[in-house]
Design a protein around this ligand. Structure first.
Ligand code: SAM
Length: 258
């Protein structure tokens, strides 16, 4: 499991927070049970910034964010009234009482066992509750994570990754639809957007990658992290034609528990 560093994440997460703002703005109100505001769970909440954006929506009541990274949960800190954070893994998460809405932003592509993640999120919902999850999906071009894995298993670094599975998973919209249906969810949308983000400089892009690449760099000596990241961004530049631009697919999966 990638041990994401909440302090360092918060310093470079302008892209994720902008995606979070758009994600929260696009949420359709969900009714809470018994006329109450909606109870929401945020799986893979990271530094909690997006969780708080969702908590600020007028139709949202209590929100729980969870994340397996202790440093992310620490950074998310104590919630405002109605917002709480705890350690948790989406493949084993069990709700103490059912939620009206489960959300997850850019976490599920870091969870190889997608079926387990979807099953736990379904079980966390009340009947009629909704899941809205957005994450990186499979696209026509190699993703940044694909390039990182290719570099990790190549000649310079392969000895550190022998027998190690890729930490990320990118599936097509059709594969996600089928997995969600298999988990007992009724899929109402699986829309893919092809997005780009210009970090402004190669250094800023490398700093962002350094924070997000812990699944790979935690296997390397600390003094090698910079070279690994630079090799990946160098290879990736030949995919997108720039040393400072990220191009990525975002799949927004919407489903309901019957
Ligand atoms: C790119 S960050 C996104 C954080 C936040 N949702 C946001 O949009 O700013 C990915 C997060 O997924 C979390 N993550 C990785 N594996 C997970 C798992 N099995 N269950 C829940 N979260 C996971 C990581 O710890 C990390 O905080």
């Amino acid at each position: 499991m990638a041990g994401w560093d909440g302090e360092r994440y918060a310093e470079v997460a302008t892209l994720q927070h902008e995606l979070g703002r758009r994600f929260a703005d696009a949420l359709t109100p969900v009714a809470g049970s018994g006329g109450r505001a909606a109870r929401v769970v945020d799986a893979g909440c990271g530094d909690g910034v997006v969780t708080r954006m969702i908590a600020a929506l007028p139709w949202v009541g209590d929100v729980l964010g969870f994340d397996p990274s202790p440093l992310m949960v620490e950074k998310a800190g104590a919630g405002n009234p109605g917002v709480s954070f705890e350690a948790g893994d989406v493949t084993t998460f069990v709700a103490t009482s059912p939620f009206d809405l489960a959300v997850s932003l850019n976490a599920l592509h870091w969870v190889p066992d997608s079926a387990a993640a979807l099953a736990q999120l379904r079980d966390a919902l009340r009947p009629g509750g909704r899941l809205v999850a957005q994450f990186v999906s499979e696209g026509a071009r190699p993703s940044l994570e694909d390039v990182a894995q290719q570099v990790a298993t190549g000649p310079a670094w392969g000895r550190y990754f022998s027998g190690v599975e890729a930490p990320h998973v990118h599936r097509t919209a059709e594969e996600w639809r089928a997995l969600a249906a298999g988990a007992g969810l009724a899929v109402s949308g699986a829309e893919v957007s092809d997005l780009a983000w210009d970090f402004g400089s190669a250094e800023a892009f490398e700093a962002w990658c350094t924070v997000g690449f812990t699944a790979w760099t935690e296997r390397l000596p600390a003094e090698a992290h910079g070279s690994f990241v630079r090799e990946v961004t160098g290879e990736y530049a030949s995919v997108v034609g720039s040393h400072r631009v990220l191009r990525f697919q975002q799949l927004r999966l919407e489903a309901g528990r019957g």
